[in-house]
Design a protein around this ligand. Structure first.
Ligand SMILES: Cc1ncc(COP(=O)(O)O)c(C=O)c1O
Length: 363
């Protein structure tokens, strides 16, 4: 039997008896846009994250775009972020007409290196966007200090870290704004697209709601250029069921990650580094090895999925042409050649972990 990266089928079977009535009841209620599940889910996420406001939107990409726009990011601005992330972290900066300024990563956590951020701050810098890659929060405290001193906004890309913790807060709740994705394979995943921005700042929350609703406070009055970015009522009904299990599911991911660690110890592989500053929720379980390609080939031959997150750092993406030609980010460039992510899900069994480990170690 093949082992997928994320076992959505097993998760569905586990939750089926709760998901199907919730979905059918939302269907029958026929309030498909702006319905009660969306409002309730916003309140439940705000309470879970310990923040005053949660604004649902259509995707994690939209969450980032809305957050940056709410911060006033505009043409001519610069926004500091990591090159070792999914493209949306930086493409949304460019969608605001601003320039992403990439800062290299910490070689152990793969997150933005806080020591390198200050040198990248200039007169045009408007915001900093750390990403909590693979489910481990970036080290935010020094970055938040810099943001305060320089009058910058701190926007957390928490797409991969729903339920993680840092500095006694839930991921997404430490900065000015936190952005989540509910893409199906995320730790809190919908059955389609979805996203959310959380914040404690009432003025930012109001701005986010306006931006997500065609730039409109009052129907057919449009004060700014906005978007149509809504979470679907059916997705909200599903996500409310899944939110009730998120802590148990994240705990199961952590157990699977530690089971992998035990099997890989002493074999010359770099296993994930937990920095001890908070709670890592293992959206991905990622190894580093000089033999990455051989390991991937062995996994494929054994019917086991694997993935490279991410093979090309963003400053080397074709979309930017030669805009970053002279920019060297050696850590991101090196690890992009060596990382490989293995299957991980809340339902991953010990037997599956054994099979994956056997294929990796036999490569
Ligand atoms: C780090 C990161 N940022 C942003 C996104 C974009 O989220 P979405 O796919 O929901 O637009 C994703 C996931 O796809 C992500 O992993």
């Amino acid at each position: 039997m093949n082992i997928p990266m994320v076992d959505l089928k097993a998760e569905y079977e586990l939750l089926r008896s709760e998901l199907e009535p919730a979905l059918l009841s939302a269907l029958a209620a026929t309030q498909y846009i702006g319905g009660p599940n969306v409002r309730a889910f916003e309140q439940e996420v705000a309470a879970y994250c310990g923040v005053g406001h949660a604004i649902a939107c259509a995707s994690g990409t939209d969450a980032l775009l809305l957050a940056l726009r709410a911060c006033g990011v505009q043409p001519g601005d610069e926004v500091i972020t990591t090159p070792f992330t999914f493209v949306a972290t930086a493409s949304t900066i460019a969608m605001c007409g601003a320039r992403p300024v990439f800062v290299d990563i910490d070689p152990k956590t793969y997150n933005l290196d806080p020591e390198k951020v200050e040198a990248a701050i200039g007169p045009r810098t408007r915001a900093i966007v750390p990403v909590h890659l693979y489910g481990q929060p970036a080290h935010l405290e020094p970055v938040a200090g810099l943001a305060r001193r320089h009058g910058l906004r701190l926007v957390e890309d928490a797409a991969q870290s729903f339920g993680a913790e840092y500095g006694g807060r839930k991921s997404g709740a430490y900065g000015d704004l936190g952005c989540f994705s509910f893409y199906p394979s995320k730790n809190l995943g919908a059955f389609g697209d979805g996203g959310m921005v959380v914040t404690d700042d009432g003025a930012l929350a109001e701005q986010l709601r306006v931006l997500a609703n065609h730039g409109s406070r009052q129907r057919y009055h449009h004060s700014v250029l906005g978007y149509n970015s809504r979470l679907d009522e059916l997705q909200a009904a599903i996500l409310r069921v899944k939110l009730r299990r998120i802590d148990a599911f994240n705990a199961a991911r952590r157990r699977a990650a530690h089971a992998y660690n035990a099997r890989f110890e002493g074999h010359g592989l770099v296993t994930p580094h937990e920095d001890g500053r908070g709670l890592h929720v293992f959206h991905q379980y990622t190894l580093q090895s000089d033999r990455r390609d051989a390991i991937q080939a062995a996994l494929t031959a054994a019917g086991i999925a694997s993935a490279i997150y991410y093979p090309i750092p963003l400053h080397r993406q074709e979309l930017y042409g030669d805009a970053y030609q002279g920019v060297a980010l050696p850590v991101a460039e090196r690890v992009a050649q060596k990382v490989i992510s293995l299957p991980i899900s809340p339902t991953l069994t010990e037997a599956a972990i054994d099979r994956v480990a056997e294929a990796v170690l036999g490569a």
